[in-house]
Ligand binder design. Structure first.
Ligand code: GGG
Length: 354
């Protein structure tokens, strides 16, 4: 019997609703695969902020360090500036636990009518490996003359040889492990950002030499955005900086149907610290409380967590159940063209598991 101690942070908005369903799904596979879940819930996020003036307590990271993994819903509230919610919860967790890889697959499932005509199921099957602890989200910078007409904000992009090489290496390893197109595309804007992103580009060239069996491609981010729409079937593994990875994965999500299907793992591949699994989508306050949020991204993120801890059979079982629900098309949420409620979609996945 394997036992996993999981910190659950439902967070805000639809994060709370989708996590309800995904926890049911994780519980449903427990007995069959001899898994004991020790889920510990933390009520951190915007409600906590309204009461305490911060997104989580001062010792939150020390508390989380005791867990095997972290399972997150979403963060964000219309009455709190987004930089406070992100820098108060999501980004410090990624940095403290050196979750330097953010892995985000985009797959065109059967039954999904994506916005790109003429593509069949599985024609799009790519994964973005997003650098997750430095780059544009390193939180280095400051204000000068704040509140005055001369106000200056400096935001530094941090690109280290160590940080670039390790995430690029992970991307090449993924290309080998996936064994699909065996190709890695690196995305930067080094024609305009001629310092940090040159560190990235040269790291890419150095790492690529160790993987002669893997095809390589380098794109500027503007061209990459265009090509995600124009020729998505050509991509396999895409490795990008923190900001560019964040943007590209929203495009990847929408060309494969919806943000509601996009899972994400913030990984410490060396397994020194807990990794964190979350749907790519945010808290979506415009639809919260309406019972229409799609729980599938959170559910697939749960499957990613299972796969990461080595519970491959249980992960496959959940992925297959989600596929069945999507392919059947009878119980789809509004973002996928159906009318099912959040809990009905969760129930459909539970039935498909059985
Ligand atoms: N599911 C987590 C969440 O709330 N994501 C919203 C968001 O803005 N994330 C920014 C990021 O992934 O860096």
């Amino acid at each position: 019997m394997a036992k996993y101690k999981i910190a659950v942070i439902r967070g805000d908005g639809i994060g709370i609703e989708v996590m309800e369903e995904s926890l049911k799904v994780l519980n449903a596979v427990a007995d069959t695969y001899a898994i004991t879940w020790d889920f510990v819930e933390f009520p951190w996020g915007s409600d906590y902020y309204f009461k305490h003036g911060r997104m989580m307590p001062p010792d939150a990271l020390d508390i989380l360090a005791e867990f095997d993994q972290i399972y997150l819903g979403a963060v964000g509230h219309p009455d709190i500036q987004d930089h406070l919610t992100l820098n108060g919860l999501l980004l410090p967790i990624r940095r403290r636990f050196d979750q330097y890889v953010c892995e985000r697959p985009s797959v065109l499932y059967p039954g999904i009518n994506g916005p790109l005509k003429g593509r069949d199921a599985w024609d799009i099957d790519l994964v973005v490996i997003r650098e997750n602890t430095e780059g544009e989200y390193a939180n280095v910078g400051g204000f000068q003359y704040q509140g005055f007409p001369e106000e200056i904000g400096v935001q530094v992009g941090v690109f280290t040889r160590h940080g670039s090489e390790r995430v690029i290496t992970y991307a090449f390893e993924q290309a080998r492990a996936r064994n699909k197109k065996r190709k890695v595309t690196s995305v930067t804007k080094s024609n305009a950002q001629g310092y940090g992103m040159i560190v990235w580009d040269t790291a890419f060239e150095r790492v690529a030499k160790k993987y002669p069996d893997i095809e390589t491609e380098s794109l500027l981010v503007d061209a990459a955005c265009m090509d995600f729409v124009r020729r998505p079937e050509d991509f396999d593994v895409v490795v990008a900086s923190n900001l560019f990875g964040d943007i590209l994965t929203d495009i990847g999500a929408i060309i494969t149907g919806s943000m509601g299907l996009a899972p994400s793992g913030n990984l410490d591949p060396q397994r020194r610290f807990p990794s964190m699994f979350e749907p790519v989508h945010g808290s979506a306050p415009d639809i919260m409380g309406q019972e229409i949020a799609n729980p599938l991204a959170a559910i697939i993120s749960g499957a990613m967590m299972l796969r990461f801890v080595g519970e491959t059979a249980a992960a496959d079982r959940i992925d297959t159940a989600v596929l069945k629900v999507v392919e059947k098309g009878e119980t789809l949420p509004p973002d996928l063209g159906g009318q099912a409620t959040t809990s009905q979609v969760g129930e459909a996945v539970l039935s498909a598991l059985a």
